[in-house]
Write a protein that binds this ligand. Structure first.
Ligand code: AMP
Length: 190
């Protein structure tokens, strides 16, 4: 099973992905986590992406596609992946479809966490203080949100056409959202 968790920044994708990893035999592939690890390690890649990420802009398709390609064998071994924060552009979505196809696999489901903008802003305002993430500040968050609206949200029709898109209300508690995701997964496997 390969699942994409889709939604704007701070929609709760990472939190929900971690919960799915605990409950199902899947691995979480978060390009954001991979990039933050590269920065923490002081690697060339880390140095290259640090400024872009801090500003809240997207790093190049080439970089994130290579990261996913490297980690897909792990997902194969575990029986599937939860893609968290990838794909974020149409080029990434097409590259992912191709990579999976070459492995005799596919995306099974795209779960869109729906959160309204007002709620999102409330969530991040609370998070800025304690997050420690250099891109969790009002200026970078604004850029991240426009990157989502301009470059990532246009993927929704791509997955809708493939009949893979389901929407889950992302406004409730962590438990409520988890229940919504479980329901979507069960409905899709019927
Ligand atoms: P995230 O942890 O998913 O919110 O990602 C944090 C930051 O990493 C983003 O704001 C981008 O700068 C970068 N990033 C993560 N994933 C991608 C991606 N799939 N494409 C482009 N940039 C990404």
């Amino acid at each position: 099973m390969n699942l994409i968790l889709f939604g704007p920044p701070a929609a709760g994708k990472g939190t929900q992905a971690k919960r799915l990893v605990e409950n199902r035999k899947m691995v979480q592939l978060s390009t954001g986590d991979m990039l933050r690890a590269a920065i923490a390690s002081g690697s060339e890649l880390g140095k290259k992406v640090e400024g872009v990420m801090q500003r809240g802009e997207l790093v190049t398709d080439e970089i994130v596609i290579a990261l996913i390609e490297e980690r897909l064998p792990e997902a194969d071994a575990a029986g599937g992946a939860i893609f968290d924060g990838f794909p974020r552009t149409l080029a990434q979505a097409k590259a992912l479809d191709l990579m999976l196809e070459q492995r005799g696999s596919r995306i099974d489901l795209v779960v869109r966490l729906k959160v309204d903008d007002e709620q999102l802003l409330k969530r991040v305002a609370g998070r800025f203080a304690e997050s420690g993430r250099p891109d969790d500040n009002p200026e970078s968050f604004k850029v991240r949100l426009s990157a989502y609206n301009d470059q990532t949200a246009p993927l929704l029709p791509y997955y809708e056409n493939q009949k893979k898109l389901v929407e889950v209300d992302g406004m409730g508690s962590i438990e409520d959202v988890s229940t919504g995701i479980d329901g979507a997964l069960e409905a899709s496997s019927r």
